[in-house]
Design a binder for this molecule. Structure first.
Ligand code: G1P
Length: 290
């Protein structure tokens, strides 16, 4: 499931009439990177939690008869293939969140659609270039340890208060980069963070998270936090954290977004050469002083 009901105020005015999930990294919307990751990880039922102003996401993943007819008539086979691929990738369902009451609430509104099965939560803002895909790495740990798994990454202390943070038990038997969670805390002040392991936007969860979320009170920002729901769940079963092997970009802030555009452009055979040439021609010392 993909929570996608946020307002995207950090990217105004670009997001005034367009969902932030549709901002492109080169020529592919951010949300499509996440959906492709889910599909490559073995998920074929995708739930998108949306809200007002998010129709462009639904249109993007829908069949576009006019566009396909146009591309077919012009013999644009490659583009036709790309466009068809998007709408044929998976089954999509949409559920509206109504009010933006937090990530925990977004997960809770998918309760009936998810049913009694394990499921993954993907926060599309975190775009992770990894092989195997990040969600697949978590699923492998989930299948082995039979418990919920969160993706984590070590982050510098000064950034830690932007994340959910995990306190963990040292347990070398679990495997390299895998931890048993002892506690979780959402966006602690840096002096109070129990470690430098931050939750990044991937979770493989079990349906017993739903009653825990239903019990979770909103925090002082008025939001129901998934981290707090997980804390409740931790009372009844072990939860694991897994350091994902790959490169993560936080496209939810401007600098992270720009870095991701450059990163993905430099991985494109049709653009890399000329783009790298352009980048090396820039006078970066002057820009850095601005
Ligand atoms: C959310 C979660 C946080 C997590 C982060 C990862 O916060 O609440 O625990 O560390 O995603 O991106 P948000 O960035 O939506 O404020």
């Amino acid at each position: 499931m993909f929570p996608a009901a946020g307002l995207g105020t950090r990217f105004l005015p670009a997001t005034k009439a367009q969902p932030k999930e549709m901002l492109p990294l080169v020529d592919k919307p951010i949300i499509q990177y996440g959906v492709e990751e889910a599909v490559a990880s073995g998920a074929n039922n995708i739930i998108l939690v949306t809200g007002r102003g998010k129709n462009a996401i639904e249109d993007h993943f829908d069949v576009s008869v006019e566009l396909e007819t146009f591309l077919e008539a012009r013999g644009k086979r490659d583009q036709l293939f790309e466009v068809r691929k998007i709408s044929s990738m998976m089954n999509l369902s949409y559920v509206r969140q109504g009010e933006a009451l937090g990530l925990g609430h977004a997960v809770l509104v998918t309760r009936d659609l998810v049913g009694d099965e394990p499921f993954a939560v993907i926060l599309a803002d975190d775009v992770i270039d990894a092989d195997p895909p990040a969600t697949k790495q978590l699923i492998e740990v989930f299948e082995r340890l039979k418990g919920p798994v969160l993706a984590v990454e070590r982050v510098p202390r000064e950034d830690i208060s932007s994340y959910g943070v995990v306190a963990f038990e040292p347990n070398t038997r679990l495997g390299e980069g895998i931890y048993q969670v002892r506690d979780l805390v959402e966006k602690p002040p840096k002096e109070e963070a129990p470690s430098d392991l931050a939750i990044i936007g991937r979770y493989v969860l079990t349906p017993d998270i739903f009653p825990c979320l239903a019990k979770t009170k909103s925090d002082r920002t008025g939001e129901i936090q998934l981290t707090n729901g997980l804390r409740e769940l931790l009372k009844s079963r072990p939860i694991y954290a897994c350091e994902v092997k790959g490169v993560r970009h936080d496209t939810g802030n401007k600098l992270g977004f720009l870095k991701a555009v450059v990163y993905f452009a430099l991985r494109r055979p049709d653009l890399a050469g000329k783009f790298a040439e352009y980048l090396t021609s820039l006078d970066l010392t002057a820009a850095a002083k601005r």
